[in-house]
Structure formats: C-alpha cells, structure tokens
Design a protein around this ligand. Structure first.
Ligand code: PLP
Length: 395
C-alpha cells in the first residue's frame, strides 16, 4: 500500500487546478450577482461570463456568440442530437452516430427512436476507428445528423472527424463531434475540424464539474431542450453558473497553453506503461490502437479475470482506475465500446482503463505495473478457467 493513493482515472474526472479555483472564488461571495440582473451586481457577472465565452471561443476558433454554456458534456451531447433532430425533422428523420459514443449520445438516440426517428450506426474497425466507406454507404436522402466523438473515452481512439465532416457536408448533413475527452489534449479548432456542433466539458480539463459548452455554428438550427428564462441568447434557460463558467474558461486556457508539453509528458507515461504491461503480463490485450490514441489512455483486457476483480485489487493497493467507462462501470453489462470493436463478451467484461494525468510520475507507473503483475498472477491462480485452459495447453 502506498502512502497516498495513485490516481490513474483522469478520463473520469480531473482535479480542479488552483488557478481556476482562485478565479472562481470571488464569484461565490462578493461578486455573486445573477448575470440576468439589471444592476451593478448583474453587470459584473455578465462581464465575467462574456470574458470566459471570449476565451473559450478563441481556443476553439469560434465566434463568442457560437458558444453556449451547459451543465456539462452530457447536456451538450443531448442538446446537439435532440436539438438538431427536432429542428430539422421536417427535412428528414434519419440520424447516424458511431456505436462507441458516450451514453449521453447512445441513450438519447434510443429515446429519439421512440419518437419516430431512425438511427443507423457507423462501423468501426478492431481499433475503434470509423470505417468511412461504410459511413458513405449508410447515408440516405433523409439523413439530417452525423455525430461522432473526436476521441473515445474508453479506449482512447482518435477519430477522423475532418473526413467525417467532409462526407456529411457533401450531402448537406449537419456534423457534430463530442470533444469532451479531446479538449485541452488535441487541437479542437472547429474550423479545421469542419464541424457544425461540438461539445466540451470542464471537469476533464482540470476545471470544475457541472459545466460545459456546446459550440453551435451560426446558421445551424438547434431546438432548445431546457426551456425557461432568456439565458444563453434565448436558447438555454437556467440561471447562469458564473463561478463554474469562469473556472472552466481559466482551466481551458491553461490546458490549451500547456497542451503540447502535457501531450508529450503524459504520452511518455502511457507508453512506458503499455510497453511494460504488454511485455511482462501474459494473456493481455491492449484495446484501441497503439498509435492514434489519446495520450492519457491505456485500456487492457486481462484474459481469465473479471475487470472488477483487478479494479478492487488495485484499489486495495492504492491505485485508482476504472473498469470500462466511468459511466458504465458499476453495471454488469459488457462494454458497448469493446463489443463494437469485436471483442468477445468475456474480454469485453474484463477491461480496465488507466488514464494518466499531468501530475502522475514514472515511479507511479512502475509501481502500478508491479502491482498489476502480482495481482493478475494471484487472481489467475484462483481462476478455474485459467487452470482448465492451462491444463489443455500442457497436454
Ligand atoms: N462525452 C464523453 C466522451 C465523456 O467521456 C463524458 C464523460 O465521461 C461525457 C460526454 C459527459 O460529460 P459530463 O461528465 O460533463 O456530463
């Protein structure tokens, strides 16, 4: 057991950075005004929100009036898909998404099916990369929306969004990307990517939880899902979360400034981890591509062992990781992402996601590999399946 637990779950959430916290604090107390109020307190709040919007717009290369604050990535994803579906339903009722989207997209798509929309899923290869030829083949006259994440939260695969957007636009279809895992790590320039809508979230980039944004290109119609007051230019009701918005923008500014440096450092942790696990632990599968994955992500399936058993064993040793995606962990369902990659159910149950951050060290990585080796050996020694297969091999 280590003195202080080691956190390898940055894809689930990240700690708030000190700079963001410092920026936020005044907006809880002294400068607490409602951004809708017509007095000095309100004006101060609006000024802070406007500055934050400008900062985020600049980072993603959008206009400030194309950035809409939401309660996080989930709301932004919901809004993009549901909002476009409802706004363009007279043009068509066919939606296309990838099969490895976050639950915020998959569950929303299923709900829209109940309303009479039809949903088709793109195909991915064994590494989770979108098959562009297949995408072209499933586009129809009535397709109104194509949505795919920029990078996957579970296996870290980076998707060819620019190409997907080109395909969508060549058919006059709106293109959305979920950049929740990619923001602050990869370039999220909406013009370069060519997308019409993009979701981002504060807590994956050392910002606060419960805040995110949806980029909506001017000219694209998106029906509101949160109706109420006049906030967010009449598109999203609800009292503006000023402290969170201020903290989100500050965290994003820092993440963007440190992007290349952190990419290099975090990739070096990941690469050593992957290399050691692959060479020192038998019967293990790296999920997602070796290249072309998020710098923080290493996702493994350990044959003959349930992911949960490894997770608990690592937790006891002071190492915090996740089984499957943070949102689906806790459920006994196999990962929909790993099933889409073609993994058999057994392996799709046994995956563990390690996601590194800028405060992790090489010593922590090495300690984790040592613990994994001994945990896996111990758990396999108790696995009847492992024993049976081992005996077959020995015949
Ligand atoms: N999209 C992706 C790819 C995610 O990884 C997550 C969170 O895990 C979300 C959306 C949801 O974001 P939030 O937690 O801000 O609601």
């Amino acid at each position: 057991m280590v003195n202080k637990p080691i956190y390898f779950d940055h894809a689930a959430t990240t700690p708030l950075c000190k700079e963001a916290l410092d920026k936020m604090i005044p907006y809880f107390t002294g400068t607490f005004g409602n951004a809708n109020s017509q007095h000095v307190f309100g004006r101060e709040a609006v000024k802070a929100v406007d500055e934050a919007r400008d900062t985020i717009a600049k980072i993603i290369n959008a206009k400030p009036n194309e950035v809409y604050f939401t309660s996080g990535g989930t709301e932004a994803d919901n809004w993009a898909l549901r909002g476009v579906a409802h706004a363009y339903k007279s043009k068509g009722k066919h939606l296309i998404i990838s099969p490895i989207e976050h639950a915020a997209m998959i569950v929303t798509a299923k709900a829209l099916e109940k309303e009479g929309f039809e949903v088709s899923f793109m195909k991915v290869d064994a590494d989770g990369v979108i098959d562009l030829e297949h995408l072209k083949s499933i586009i129809r006259e009535d397709t109104i929306f194509i949505g795919c994440m920029l990078a996957n939260n579970e296996v870290g695969t980076i998707e060819p969004i620019k190409e997907i957007a080109e395909i969508a636009h060549s058919h006059g279809i709106i293109c959305f990307t979920d950049a929740v895992q990619a923001a602050g790590v990869l370039k999220t320039d909406v013009k370069e990517l060519g997308v019409d809508l993009m979701s981002i979230s504060g807590h994956k980039i050392y910002g606060p939880k419960g805040i995110g944004a949806l980029y909506i290109r001017n000219g694209v119609k998106v029906e509101s899902i949160l109706t109420g007051g006049h906030q967010e230019r009449m598109k999203r009701g609800g009292t503006t979360n000023v402290p969170a918005i201020v903290g989100f923008a500050e965290a994003f500014k820092i993440a963007d400034r440190e992007r290349e440096e952190n990419f290099k450092y975090v990739s070096s942790l990941r690469d050593r981890f992957i290399d050691r696990v692959l060479s020192e632990v038998p019967f293990v599968k790296l999920n997602g591509p070796r290249q072309g994955r998020l710098p923080a992500n290493a996702d493994f399936s350990f044959r003959y062992i349930e992911g949960e058993s490894i997770l608990f064993s690592l937790d006891l040793a002071g190492i915090a990781v996740s089984s499957g995606s943070a949102c689906s962990s806790g459920s006994l369902e196999p990962s929909h992402v790993l099933l889409a990659l073609g993994l058999p159910e057994g392996l799709a149950h046994g995956s563990i996601r390690f996601s590194f951050g800028k405060h992790n060290t090489m010593e922590e990585v090495d300690y984790a590999v040592d613990v994994i080796k001994s945990s896996v050996e111990r758990l396999r020694a108790m696995s009847p399946l492992f024993k049976a297969e081992g005996e077959i091999k020995n015949v």
